[in-house]
Every structure is written in structure tokens, then in C-alpha cells.
Ligand binder design. Structure first.
Ligand code: PHB
Length: 377
């Protein structure tokens, strides 16, 4: 009996907010850089997400909430009329297939360069670490470029950033999304405020743990007030030091637990932990237990989970959903493959070149298991 429950744990529906997802398998947010002029979503993006609508929930690639919040060329924004309208066919396509889709709201803070945005990046403090982002190359085309020294944000800039998040959430509803995921992870703006190393402010947004949490909580509250808590989630990555120059913050676990205590009061859709991307430490089981002590609403985890380890973490009660990244790139029908124990298509060794930029190749041309079999016959 127990074994069946363990095996089935990814396939039970889950009710959260005002809706229900068909299974516990989410598609993780992944930058794919395939927009058109004006950073507007394209038809092939609609096709890509539609193909993956079997996921219980799709979380889109990061969508910059403003020009200065952009850190990578060719990523789809959610701040101009054309961009908002550009998302509509995409959300419609996913809904037609019975899927659910949240948009990831993104402000990169210091992880950018003025050659991408036309403006100097903004951050809690004027502090740069060695870091590269995807932008225009001097010799033409796009590639990885070193980030630039950011300006420390004024209080006015902080307040207008909070507004930008709220406006982007409102625009996301107009674009047809089921909800939003605020990007609070991976060394981007909100995470920069949380961490000692990137936040050297001496005003109420820096110094004490409570002060470093202030921006995060202001953003979450503003977004909740705009669209309702049941449509809001946030991604955190306390054990990842990406974008932080490889420095692990000694207080981040404690700060995260304090944040969760506050978020518990709000009844968000879910909190999403990214656990395994570039520089990371293994999440201690003791931390997972502490999280469950302070946070009882849905939790999503992400980070190189397999079907087995994903089933297990749900079965153990540490998570309610598991997000899969790369497996969803190469297996549009991932849920079906998991369900039927079909073999997975792996990434080709040269596939990195098609992660970012380009067209349909390596994007919408991965077949389902059935299509693959038909091709072979
Ligand atoms: C990436 O484009 O590599 C990327 C973007 C956002 C993340 C992590 C990685 O949170």
C-alpha cells in the first residue's frame, strides 16, 4: 500500500487558491530568449508552452517587470502594451489544453548591463561581483557579457520598483495568467536585498534581518493587494549562491524562516524553493523540517529531481509539488512519460547552444514519446 502511495504521489491533483492542478508536476521557469522586437512573446513561444500543458502547472521563463529590471536580452517583458498582448495567445493555448500557467515576475537588480537596457542597473548597494549575463556582443550578435557596477537604489526607486511589481501582476491577469511567481531567488534583486554581502544599506532596507526582508514583504503585499493572495507565489533559493560571487550567506536560512513566518499569514498559492542551480549547498533535512514547522501552505521544490526523488519528497511531506526544468525541454509530454514509465529523451551534448536564442530548433521540435515511436516505425 505504502509503495503505491509513494509511486502515485506526483499524480494526485492538488487544490490551491481557487483552482486545482491535475498533478504535482510543474514545469520550472527557464530562460529561453526567443522573443521578437520589443521583447514581445512570439508564436513559437505559445507553441512551446502549449506542448507542455500536461504539466500540473507551468511557470514561465522570467518576465522582466520593467526596463531596468531586465538582465538578459530577448527575454519577454510584461510592461508594454505589445508585450501584454503578446502573452495572450500563449495563455489561451495552454488553457485550451487544460493546463494552468503562472508568469514569473523578474527584476534582476545588479545582474545586468546598460548595453542590454540602456540604463545603469539598480541594486541595494553599489557593489559588483564577477558575473556574466546574456547580452549584445561588441562584434555583433549575443553572448555572455560581464555585468556592470550598479547604482544603489534611492528610496523613491525602491517604491517605484514595488509599484512595477504590482503593475506587472495586474498586467499578468489581463494577459490571462492563472497567477504570478515573484522571483525572489538566484541573486536577483529581492535576494540581493536579503543577503548581507549584497546589501550594505544603512536605511530601513538594510542592516537588520527585518530590514533586509522589507523589500520582499513590500513586493509580496503589493502584488497580493493587486491580484489576491491565491494567485501569488514566490521563489526563494536560500542554499544557492548564484549571482552572489559564490558567497554563502551565514544568516540566509534564518532570514528565510522569518520570511516564511510572515508569508504564512498571507495564504499565498505556494512558495517555491530552487535548490540546485550553479553554486549551491545541499538543503539540510533539518531545514526542511523547520520550514514545515512555520509554513503549512503548499510548497514547491525544484532542482534536478527525478521521478523517484520527486515522488519521495512529496511522500515525506516536505513538498506538495515538484518542478522539473531540463526534462521538460526535451520531453514536452513529461507527465505522460512519468506516468507510463516511458524512457526520457536526454539533452544532446551540444544542446547548450540552443538554450538561449534561436528559433524552433531545440525549442518546439522535441517529439512526444508517441511521436518518437511513430517516427521510428
Ligand atoms: C538563466 O537564464 O540562466 C537564469 C535565469 C533566471 C534564473 C536562473 C537562471 O533564476
Amino acid at each position: 500500500m505504502k509503495n503505491t502511495e509513494l509511486k502515485e504521489s506526483l499524480f494526485h491533483p492538488l487544490a490551491f487558491g481557487n483552482f486545482k492542478v491535475n498533478n504535482r508536476i510543474a514545469m520550472a521557469p527557464m530562460t529561453r530568449s526567443r522573443t521578437k522586437e520589443g521583447d514581445v512573446p512570439t508564436t513559437i513561444m505559445a507553441k512551446y508552452y502549449e506542448q507542455r500543458a500536461g504539466a500540473g502547472l507551468i511557470i514561465t521563463e522570467g518576465a522582466p517587470i520593467s526596463i531596468v529590471g531586465r538582465g538578459y536580452s530577448l527575454t519577454p517583458g510584461i510592461y508594454t502594451r505589445e508585450q501584454i498582448d503578446g502573452w495572450k495567445p500563449l495563455t489561451e493555448a495552454v488553457h485550451k489544453k487544460g493546463g494552468k500557467i503562472f508568469i514569473q515576475l523578474w527584476h534582476v537588480g545588479r545582474r545586468s548591463h546598460s548595453s542590454i537596457t540602456g540604463v545603469t542597473p539598480l541594486a541595494p548597494s553599489a557593489k559588483k561581483v564577477a558575473d556574466k549575463v546574456f547580452g549584445p556582443l561588441e562584434e555583433g550578435g549575443y553572448g555572455m557579457i560581464e555585468t556592470e557596477m550598479p547604482n544603489a537604489m534611492t528610496k523613491e526607486e525602491i517604491q517605484s520598483t514595488v509599484m512595477d511589481f504590482a503593475n506587472a501582476a495586474k498586467a499578468s491577469m489581463e494577459a490571462g495568467f492563472d497567477g504570478v511567481e515573484i522571483h525572489g531567488a538566484h541573486g536577483y534583486l529581492i535576494d540581493q536585498f536579503l543577503r548581507i554581502n549584497s546589501n550594505e544599506r544603512t536605511d530601513e532596507y538594510g542592516g537588520s534581518q527585518e530590514n533586509r526582508m522589507r523589500l520582499l514583504l513590500e513586493v509580496v503585499n503589493a502584488v497580493v493587494n493587486e491580484i489576491g493572495a491565491d494567485k501569488v507565489s514566490i521563489r526563494l533559493s536560500p542554499f544557492v549562491s548564484e549571482g552572489a560571487g559564490g558567497v554563502h550567506d551565514p544568516e540566509i536560512a534564518e532570514v528565510t524562516l522569518k520570511v516564511l513566518k510572515e508569508l504564512q499569514k498571507l495564504n499565498l498559492a505556494f512558495v517555491h524553493f530552487s535548490e540546485n542551480i550553479s553554486d549551491y549547498k545541499e538543503v539540510p533535512e533539518s531545514f526542511r523540517k523547520q520550514v514545515r514547522e512555520v509554513y503549512t501552505n503548499p510548497i514547491m521544490v525544484c532542482g534536478k529531481y527525478t521521478k523517484e526523488s520527486g515522488s519521495e519528497i512529496i511522500y515525506k511531506g516536505y513538498a506538495d509539488m515538484v518542478a522539473y526544468g531540463q526534462p521538460f525541454i526535451t520531453n514536452p509530454d513529461l507527465v505522460n512519460r512519468f506516468k507510463n514509465d516511458f524512457a526520457l529523451t536526454d539533452l544532446h551534448s551540444d544542446s547548450h547552444s540552443i538554450f538561449y536564442g534561436g528559433g524552433e530548433e531545440g525549442f518546439t521540435d522535441y517529439p512526444t514519446y508517441e511521436e518518437m515511436k511513430a517516427q521510428k516505425n
